[in-house]
Ligand binder design. Structure first.
Ligand code: 2M8
Ligand code: MG
Ligand code: MG
Length: 271
């Protein structure tokens, strides 16, 4: 079993960004040696302190599927995936942010939006409720540019069509429109499941958990899919997944409940 989980609104509470309600279930996964992959819009800079806090040791996916980081000590994808420093190996799926910013420059004269490149830590704090340190880390992006969209919905469609001509796309997060290459959480999860399959020498069952629009593809592709109820928005539709599970509780409490139930059903036990 491989777990792929969104963070904001899923493993972390939508408002407080706390995972306290899932702590004991996380320790159970660690004991059972079940990898839980953080699969998120967040940056490497945001994930490093968060991983410390959560006691996370498994691979993780940054910036909506743009890259997978594998801690160097793990025996995963050792031959195929280049080591980038003493700490990680990395598989990249999307273009650099500099390419995205170059493509956005001419469009900014014809559409109304404000990107992270033009924002300060203070504005991110105001828009997200993140603590100032975390907001500064959200600004340290490598592969994606989140925007506050200030134009019409129709203009957003035109904007997306223009981006497609230069090999870019948009994905909607909880608060921002993310401009990025053609990569996503689903493909990153699929790639990692393949690498674990090689390691374990058996097919891997994937359990995906998410709450938002940018999780739909990952939920469609997983073997077991859990929509974590949000206190802020109705659950998104997940086409083709009549078997989707919707948690009763929101955020980390719902997450915990769903993971526990899945472990029991798969006979993986736990205390
Ligand atoms: C942004 O991502 C979320 C994903 O749903 C959004 O679009 O609302 C990113 O800036 C991410 O790095 C940041 O941590 C998050 C904070 O709410 O917002
Ligand atoms: Mg989310
Ligand atoms: Mg997210």
């Amino acid at each position: 079993l491989l777990i792929s989980t969104d963070l904001d609104g899923t493993l972390l509470d939508h408002y407080s960004y706390s995972a306290a309600a899932a702590e004991s279930q996380l320790r159970t996964l660690q004991t059972l040696d079940i990898p839980w992959i953080l699969n998120t819009s967040k940056t490497l800079a945001e994930l490093e302190p968060l991983r410390q806090c959560l006691g996370h040791r498994d691979p993780f996916v940054v910036e909506n599927g743009a890259a997978v980081y594998i801690p160097a000590e793990l025996p995963v994808a050792t031959t195929t995936c280049p080591q980038i420093d003493g700490r990680y190996r990395r598989q990249t799926f999307g273009p650099d942010r500099s390419r995205i910013l170059n493509a956005l420059a001419p469009l900014s004269r014809r559409y109304r939006f404000t990107g992270f490149a033009a924002m300060t830590t203070d504005s991110i704090v105001r828009l997200t409720g993140l603590a100032p340190e975390a907001a500064a880390q959200a600004l340290q992006r490598q592969f994606t540019e989140p925007l506050v969209w200030q134009d019409s919905a129709a203009a957003l469609d035109d904007f997306a069509a223009e981006l497609a001509l230069v090999g870019l796309q948009i994905q909607r997060g909880g608060r921002f429109v993310h401009v990025m290459g053609h990569c996503d959480k689903a493909a990153a999860m699929g790639w990692l499941a393949g690498r674990y399959g090689e390691l374990w020498n058996e097919p891997v069952t994937t359990l995906a958990l998410g709450d938002g629009e940018n999780d739909i593809g990952m939920l469609q592709q997983a073997d077991i899919a859990v929509l974590v109820r949000s206190p802020a928005h109705p659950p998104p539709a997940v086409p083709g997944r009549a078997d989707i599970r919707l948690t009763d509780e929101t955020g980390p409490a719902g997450w915990s409940q769903a993971v526990k139930q899945t472990l029991t059903e798969l006979g993986l036990g736990g205390p």
